[in-house]
Design a protein around this ligand. Sequence first.
Ligand code: SF4
Length: 247
Amino acid sequence: MSDNQNMTYEIYLTAYCPHCSIGLKSAKRGEDKIALKGKFQEKELDLKINPYLDFFEISTSEEISEDTLLDDISCPSCKKSLLTDEYEDENGCKAYAKLIVASDKKLLPVYLPLKFGKPFAGLSKADKRKMKPKIPRQKMPEQDPNLRRNNFQEVPHGLPSELALLEAQRCLQCKNAPCVKGCPVEVDIPAFIALIKEADFSGAARKIKETNILPAVCGRVCPQEDQCEGVCILQKMGDAPFAIGNL
Ligand code: SF4
């Protein structure tokens, strides 16, 4: 087993219900999301929030548009409403629900808008950044040098799926992703990484092939350190760039 496979990592974000203090992690195994209940026109909705507090996901057959205003958001355990009048936006809108989030040993309130498409509020950008998963860049397992000097087999073994899933969590899904501009064929890098994050490896390969018919070759021969990875925002933030080439 390589060092990478032994590596542990820490997700800093834990969200709690302000009433019953229960942790609101999604019940789905291996999923790193916050689970809540929503109500819209008397129908109950399953809501999920990604750990970066960026967006809602809704499990429902109902059509929910960006501007939908929910009637309620509640705790799936104690069922109490999380609506609060503690927060209002600059237009005086008070339609927010409150969660408590633990980050860096601090407890912070986070306000979730009842209206989809509105940004979450209550956390500074610095606090949000601290809540990003602290996952180091995953190393590609390679043939032992003592073995590889005696054969012509490929040196890198490829990233096993569990390391690929870990690495995929490091991507910040930048809006105007500089990595795409750094790629000569403009592969939609954040989109294929998002598919890897969902363990949809075939979907990720199809996404790359939309603009690049030779991804396996490019993954090996492109100078990623000067192209996509060279402009990755993680590097500008003092971290190792995202391992786009390895993925
Ligand atoms: S620049 Fe880096 S962090 Fe941002 S989307 Fe591209 S790979 Fe992800």
